[in-house]
Design a protein around this ligand. Structure first.
Ligand code: SF4
Length: 115
């Protein structure tokens, strides 16, 4: 299967997963296209569409938490940012993804557990 065909297939599959979670693909089409392509390349290499923005540890239990869409494993953090770490997905009500910031986990935790 060509990279383009696999990108289309992943897009179709992922859409079905993220929709009930309250997410959609980012309105930034160029970013979506780029990230999906990176995932296809990772899938060709490892057999799994891992996250293009989070490094593999090569420990299966940890790496399974960064198989796209990894939203269920990082739900609170991503909900707080209204986007996933890479920005491939955003909350359904987001129209301008440029306004969303990638908030490091440490920062999120410090806010969450403050007070
Ligand atoms: S951060 Fe986003 S693109 Fe990366 S695996 Fe998670 S859901 Fe997919």
């Amino acid at each position: 299967m060509s990279v383009e065909a696999r990108k289309r297939a992943l897009r179709y599959l992922f859409q079905r997963v993220i929709d009930p979670l309250g997410y959609k693909f980012s309105p930034d089409g160029e970013l979506v296209d780029f990230l999906l392509e990176q995932e296809v390349l990772l899938e060709q290499k490892y057999g799994i569409p891992y996250c293009p923005c989070q490094g593999l540890t090569h420990r299966r239990e940890e790496d399974m938490k960064i198989v796209c869409p990894c939203i269920p494993f990082h739900r609170e953090h991503f909900d707080y940012m209204k986007r996933c770490w890479c920005g491939l997905y955003v909350h359904k009500d987001v129209t301008d993804p440029e306004k969303l910031r990638q908030i490091p986990l440490r920062e999120f935790r410090s806010v969450k557990y403050a007070g």
